[in-house]
Design a protein around this ligand. Structure first.
Ligand code: MN
Length: 280
């Protein structure tokens, strides 16, 4: 149903109807935020575009879905974004005319920058009704309740990386994919708690009664950031704020037993087994 694009932070989703290229966290204009700190780097947008172009020519998807944080500025549109973002999409449309966007937490005002033929979904994500339901979301919000019976959830937002420490003391980080499962009853409880819904019965029954949906047992795929310049959350470093998504923070996702993969698809272990000690 899905496969990672070899050596790229991108994923191909094959549904019955179409082949979808999925990319998360472009953060167009990130380098501009460095300029304000005195680091001058030329626009990286052409590079991001060429990387996508390469993937499209190799895999020829029917559609592209960008799952959030298209741009780096958050709520307010920045002057350069009025030019950079529309130009990027106009170019991308020459490669593929079906483009959909699921906004992330950095995408305030994005609708003003998108060409008319780009589909903009809501921040709650979009579901694809395949043989099995798929939810694509940025990850900074809870999805709508009826999306929680999906079989596959794909999100971004966390920019997970893994830190390697070499003998010499050099450290380097690599972007990683995370694949996790959740405990439906705990997700039901967390969702009800978020909605401030009180209940006497068990959480899954209350969830069903309230929303007329069951909570599924999905595979949860957390995509790395497509923009290679971005920092990330080191998945193998203990930190209170390691997980920044309501779903991942809910306590319902089995993050300890989540599987971690490098972009070349090497399985490097489960998160709990790859933690660096505090002294490392
Ligand atoms: Mn992001």
């Amino acid at each position: 149903m899905f496969r990672f694009v070899d050596n790229e932070p991108a994923l191909i989703l094959q549904t019955e109807a179409e082949k979808i290229l999925l990319i998360s966290d472009l953060h167009i204009g990130y380098e501009k935020s460095l300029a304000s700190k005195g680091v001058k780097i030329p626009s990286q947008t052409p590079k991001l575009y060429r990387k996508i172009e390469k993937i499209i020519s190799k895999h020829n998807p029917d559609k592209i879905i960008l799952s959030g944080d298209i741009k780096h500025g958050t709520a307010k549109l920045l002057p350069h974004e009025w030019k950079d973002v529309p130009e990027f999409f106009e170019k991308l449309l020459t490669l593929k005319d079906k483009i959909e966007v699921v906004p992330g937490n950095h995408d305030g005002g994005l609708k003003h920058l998108l060409p008319r033929n780009v589909t903009l979904h809501t921040t709650r994500g979009v579901t694809i009704q395949n043989k099995e339901k798929i939810l694509i979301t940025h990850g900074h919000t809870w999805p709508i309740p009826t999306a929680l019976d999906s079989h596959l959830i794909i999100m971004g937002h966390n920019h997970f990386t893994v830190e390697f420490k070499e003998e010499s003391g050099l450290r380097k980080t690599e972007p990683v994919w995370m694949i996790a499962q959740w405990e439906p009853a705990k997700i039901a409880a967390a969702y009800l708690h978020w909605k401030k819904i009180k209940y006497q019965s068990d959480a899954p029954s209350k969830f069903r009664e309230q929303f007329n949906t069951d909570i599924g047992d999905p595979k949860i795929v957390v995509a790395p950031a497509f923009n290679p310049m971005l920092g990330g959350t080191k998945i193998n470093r203990a930190s209170k704020n390691k997980y920044i998504s309501p779903i991942l923070e809910s306590g319902g996702v089995k993050v300890d037993s989540a599987e971690v993969y490098l972009l070349d698809q090497t399985f490097i272990g489960k998160t709990s087994n790859i933690q660096l000690s505090e002294l490392d």
